[in-house]
Design a protein around this ligand. Structure first.
Ligand SMILES: Nc1ncnc2c1ncn2[C@@H]1O[C@H](COP(=O)(O)OP(=O)(O)OP(=O)(O)O)[C@@H](O)[C@H]1O
Length: 262
């Protein structure tokens, strides 16, 4: 799979000197990174390096101890996750978080509730504006089900699908809100080799056809090297190096700190 050179594209996410302290532990220590529009940017590093904590700070689940986080020049540090999502940044989780007893379609409808006209009065009276936004939500759900090969599963309870399919539903649920930046937390975890290959193709397609940038944490090196434009390597909360897959692969500090441990 070919990487795109997106470094000349406009900057989408700017993280500057981010730190996060838990009591006596400095879990993230001075991390800076920039994600450009339509870029695929990966964060890698050994277990406990601080990757998930960086994700939680960016997506509004943690309030960083210090540092700046800007999405298209608007500060999002210390904003709650639902506000960050409204600004166009959405995420998936290491452990899939779907409404398992709702159908796949219902999961996609729930995801849009903030965008649907939820004015109580217009809902009660079933005014045309309410019916129109409900219809649009259904249409968008059908489109995303088709794009991700999920149409046949629309009426299945999400919890009964295979792990790989649930991951797809999760990604559809994010994409349906039309984000500019999609954060994927270990998207290949638990997938078989064929599903990993499909995931790689899917991420590439989302970027090319829907103009979304992707920031991901992943342990699967073949996926990372195959899909990323640039990679940030972390160790013990600190950034070690940021570069292209080729630069990272041959960097001695990375080999020592990360690849060397295996
Ligand atoms: N809510 C928390 N409270 C206290 N310590 C935490 C919390 N979250 C993370 N940590 C600690 O911060 C450090 C970094 O953890 P983090 O989960 O960010 O690492 P990671 O790189 O994502 O690891 P993994 O690859 O295993 O998911 C670890 O030492 C972890 O125990």
């Amino acid at each position: 799979m070919s990487q795109n050179n997106q470094s000349s594209s406009p900057r989408l996410l700017d993280v500057a000197d981010l730190s996060m302290r838990f009591g006596g532990l400095l879990a993230v220590d001075g991390v800076s990174l920039t994600v450009h529009e339509k870029e695929v940017f990966a964060i890698i590093g050994p277990n406990g390096a601080g990757k998930t904590t960086v994700f939680n700070c960016i997506s509004g689940f943690y309030q960083p101890s210090s540092g700046q986080i800007r999405l298209q020049d608007v500060s999002i540090a210390r904003k709650p996750s639902h506000e960050v999502a409204l600004q166009g940044l959405v995420r998936t989780f290491q452990n899939i978080r779907l409404f398992k007893s709702l159908t796949v379609l219902e999961n996609l409808l729930v995801a849009q509730h903030r965008q649907v006209n939820t004015n109580l009065l217009s809902g009660l009276l079933k005014l045309p504006s309410y019916r129109r936004s409900e219809k649009e939500a259904l249409q968008r759900a059908a489109e995303w089900l088709e794009r991700l090969g999920l149409t046949a599963y629309a009426n299945r309870e999400a919890g009964t699908l295979s792990y790989g399919m649930q991951r797809r539903v999760e990604i559809a649920r994010c994409m349906i809100t039309r984000p500019r930046l999609l954060l994927l937390d270990e998207p290949a975890a638990g997938l078989n080799p064929q599903e990993k290959q499909e995931l790689q193709q899917l991420i590439d397609r989302l970027r090319r056809e829907h103009g979304v940038a992707v920031l991901l944490i992943e342990h699967d090196m073949s996926l990372i090297m195959g899909i990323s434009d640039r990679i940030l390597v972390m160790e013990h909360g600190k950034p070690i190096v940021t570069g292209t897959p080729e630069q990272v692969r041959s960097d001695e500090r990375v080999i020592k700190a990360y690849l060397g441990e295996e």
